[in-house]
Ligand binder design. Sequence first.
Ligand code: 6R9
Length: 632
Amino acid sequence: MSDRIHTLSGYFHEYQKSVAEPEQFWARIADSFHWKKRWDKVLEWDFEGPDVKWFVNGKVNITENILERHLFIMGDRPAIIWEPNDPNEEGRTLTYRQLYHEVCKFSNALKAKGVQKGDKVIIYMPMVPEAAIAMLACARIGAVHSVVFAGFSSSALADRINDCEAKVVLTSDGNFRGTKKIAVKDLVDEALEKTSTIETVIVYQRTKQDVTMVEGRDIWWHDVIEGQPDTNEAEVMDSEDMLFILYTSGSTGKPKGVVHTTGGYMVYSKYTFENVFQYSPGDVYWCTADIGWITGHSYIVYGPLLAGATSIMFEGVPTYPDAGRFWAIVDKYQVNQFYTAPTAIRALEAHGTKPIEPYKLDSLKVLGSVGEPINEEAWHWYHTHIGKNRCPIVDTWWQTETGGIMVSPIAGITPNKPAYATMPLPGVQLAIVDPEGKELKGKAVEGNLCIKFPWPGMLRTTYGDHERCKQTYFSTYPGMYFTGDGVKRDHDGYYRILGRVDDVINVSGHRMGTAEIENAINEHPKVIESAVVGYPHEVKGQGIYAYVICDLKNRTEENLIGEIKDTITKSIGPIAKPDKIQIVPGLPKTRSGKIMRRILRKVAEGSFDNMGDTSTLLDPAVVEDIIEGRVE
Ligand code: 6R9
């Protein structure tokens, strides 16, 4: 625990050391892990390539640092507590010892199925312990996992399988989500019609609904582990061997596979977890994310388990069977650290404080927020009604690409300021730049957020397309990683994240590229062209507003809007369905053919004055038509 920050001056001290001597700083942290062979060099980097290597030539297996490491001193401590969707169903607890044996068994099962180091394994599963076991088993044998959120459609799944040429899919018969039962295996079958690389599908039985099992390809989870030994020799991994790929949206149409490697991610996820949440042995920690997102990877599975923590996994939704479910779970397991998203807070806030009343919530010590900017109103509600004015809030800013938390208070140590992510963690060197790329120094400045020095948890590439990684993150401001977010630094040197400055919208904490949604809309045969923008939404943070030019022959607007929504659900998933669709006669374009999104955003927001300069528009009259037909 020597890496723990205990005081504010301790934080400043560590921060300064991490900037003055980054290699010594991270070597000290990394020394507390079990390496099969120590690294030769802490860091090699250049942001031009980009080419970044941490703990060069170090050999390690991340699961030994989770399993073997904790087996002897705390094998009986709960590693994962699982709470099912239905509160009347019995939950499950896996101790570190049980987790060790389950991971070993499944590792052996994967190997028996021919999965080898470097093979890609898709995990398309509900929030059950087996999903975490699957991730760890892949890591144990050196296979690369790519978790696909189980709410994504079959085409989104197929795209990801094809992109990484996966060999195996791990899935379930169905998923429980609130009152719904989703036929997940059917979606997999549909996806596999569009792919050719999958050799094996392993199906975890969850809902017991009927599924079709394809002979020679599909096998039940319980059958595949049958008779497998419960120990397994962990593969020797290089520090820079790929650990996982996680697909995320950017400003272009195609989701990109963010690649994380072993050593750096291991060191960074544990270090940030322990410090930000001030986790102490014996605490019960709960992050409500889904493992399909980076938050689930780093702060349900890897970070907490590396730290020997007890991590809760919840299968359900915040409002089932009622809006008090989160708080019932907090009391039931005496949760000490609770980590959720602003959209969940706002959704629950809409139900008032009555659902909270039956619960004490007195076990809570730390509250966390992630995924999007938390507005002051929601911050205060969270602080007052959940934290009872006694729990610090850690507003954690980070991204799929950063692997772990970058800007955040250290719980109970960094003084809070509502809606501010406050200060960078040790090792994180931020820069605020103006549009020309000039760094804005000093306090009270606003601009684009960049990072000018490598940190161990950073992405190494985008899978199969290194040039894309370079273009997206390292070319806008040469020599720096560009986050895509706007930021302001105030008089106290505190950071406030202002949201995306690119064509990415953040709906309920989920990143979506406007181009990705437009592509999906354009798949409808009657659609001629479309433009999608985000607009402020009370619960979701941002809502999706789509402007669509259609061929209306033989169709009513209403029918078409319904069909367009279905097309999007099929192509991406229900989370990408626009809140508002407006059929328009044309789109505001410049003479060079660029859609002026600025105008579309204004209309979507409902602010019509101050449209800015429309003189460069090809057809200024189209703006009037759009305003007139605006969807309330
Ligand atoms: C971890 C995660 C990343 C984008 C990021 C930013 C937004 C995340 C935030 C936040 C303000 C916070 N974001 N946390 N904005 N305050 N505390 O969410 O990863 O899904 O890749 O999204 O989310 O815009 O750029 P990811």
